[in-house]
Design a protein around this ligand. Structure first.
Ligand code: HEM
Length: 389
């Protein structure tokens, strides 16, 4: 029998279906291991992942700190480290805090109810393309204050970018990803030249007009692109995963009629089966994690999916506990680079779950969903369901 590290192929069909048994085995047998395909040390324990995400001096997000390169279109809040990172992040966070998330949540709730109304009586439909995609495009466009692009067309471009995140495992995905990023950049450029509607982007534009130099302006545009595409794709994947979990646990959906459980429950849903499986950092100096010595320049992957099921951090980690408190999961990352869109994602997920509960017909599974063959992002390609009156 091959060792568990040899059996761990994130793109294997069985692991895509249910990665948690093999992640538990890895955490037990070899919590820090070298993965040849990723060319990285992989961390599966919660405490080790948090340590790396916290220790910004030893573990860089920006590969240039370790002598690497980053293509210009990728220089954004996501790839920069302080001091540039802090400036761009605070620009976007200040603009985000000025947005009315309650109104965004209410509009998202109405949108899901409308979609369900249109789908009722029509037989089996795909939750991903019919609900998760429109909801996510609408929420992110609403937040930014831009016209939502045509759903299906945008989903195609975004999926190509999402797939290119696995470029380390399959280099043929890199070039299509670069072209898709270019297409998306053109769309974002048009938002910066057109007259601004109220929203996050208008605020950012206003704040950066006089105080930001040309280089930072590039970072701002790239960050707007990341907010839109990254926000959309993680939100759509999270919505699909959440609906799947609720189809398997219909009693959980019912219990989330309670507003308190709705709030804690959407966090538990992303801990239980979150979209972002891990992230990458680069060690800047020699260090030891567990029994493993790492060298400067080596890549380290904190595996959120494994950390979020670590029984040392979450009692009953394999159970869905809607009122889990505290619930310091890593589905939104941790520390300096944690998700800037957390509150927006929570609002969108609350709107989705509340609408499923408020709609008179019950959503039920109509066969097995098909998982997307992507390692960094855990998502459904299709998820069939129907509404039972
Ligand atoms: C349920 C949905 C979402 C999940 C699970 C999620 C998850 C994450 C995670 C894990 C990170 C950190 C990655 C790292 O440390 O390398 C991150 C970063 C980020 N997210 Fe999200 N995200 C979601 C939705 C959104 C939304 C809706 C937006 C924007 C509207 C957004 C914008 C961002 C940005 C800009 C970053 C980079 C922050 C930085 O590096 O400083 N995300 N997200």
């Amino acid at each position: 029998m091959p060792s568990v590290t040899d059996r761990y192929d994130p793109l294997d069909a069985e692991i895509l279906r249910d990665p948690y048994p093999v992640l538990a085995e890895l955490r037990q047998a070899t919590p820090v291991f070298w993965h040849e395909g990723m060319g990285s040390w992989v961390l599966t324990r919660y405490a080790d992942c948090v340590r790396v995400l916290r220790d910004h001096d030893t573990f860089a997000r920006d590969p240039r700190r370790a002598g690497g390169t980053v293509p210009e279109p990728s220089l954004s809040v996501q790839t920069l480290d302080p001091p540039q990172h802090s400036r761009i992040r605070s620009l976007f966070m200040t603009a985000l805090r000025a947005q009315d998330l309650t109104a965004i949540e209410a509009r998202a709730h109405r949108l899901v109810l409308r979609r369900l109304d249109e789908l009722a009586g029509g037989g089996v439909f795909d939750v991903v393309s019919e609900i998760a995609v429109p909801l996510s495009v609408a929420v992110v466009a609403d937040l930014l204050g831009v016209e939502p692009p045509p759903y299906a067309e945008f989903a195609e471009v975004s999926d190509t970018i999402m797939r290119s995140m696995d470029g380390g495992l399959d280099p043929s995905l890199v070039e299509p990803g670069r072209i898709a990023r270019r297409q998306l950049s053109d769309l974002v450029d048009s938002w910066f030249t057109a007259s601004a509607r109220p929203g996050l982007l208008a605020r950012v534009r206003q704040a950066s007009e006089h105080n930001v130099d040309a280089l930072a302006r590039l970072y701002v545009k790239n960050t707007a692109r990341v907010m839109f595409q990254g926000g959309y794709s993680t939100m759509a994947a999270a919505a699909g995963n959440a609906v799947h979990t609720l189809l398997v646990h219909p009693e959980a959906l019912h219990r989330m009629r309670d507003r308190t459980l709705l709030g804690t429950g959407v966090d538990e849903l992303v801990r239980f089966d979150g979209p972002v499986q891990g992230t990458t950092r680069t060690a800047l100096r020699a260090c030891r994690i567990g029994t493993v010595d790492m060298r400067p320049g080596q890549k380290v992957v904190p595996l959120f999916a494994a950390a979020n099921r670590d029984p040392a951090a979450f009692p009953g980690a394999d159970r869905l506990v809607l009122d889990r408190t505290p619930n310091r999961h890593l589905a939104y990352g941790w520390g300096l680079h944690s998700c800037t869109g957390t509150t927006v994602a929570q609002a969108g997920l609350r709107a989705l779950v509340a609408a499923l509960n408020d709609f008179p017909a019950q959503l039920v599974a109509a066969g097995d969903g098909v998982r997307r063959r992507t390692a960094t992002m855990r998502a459904f390609e299709t998820l069939p369901a129907l509404l039972r009156p």
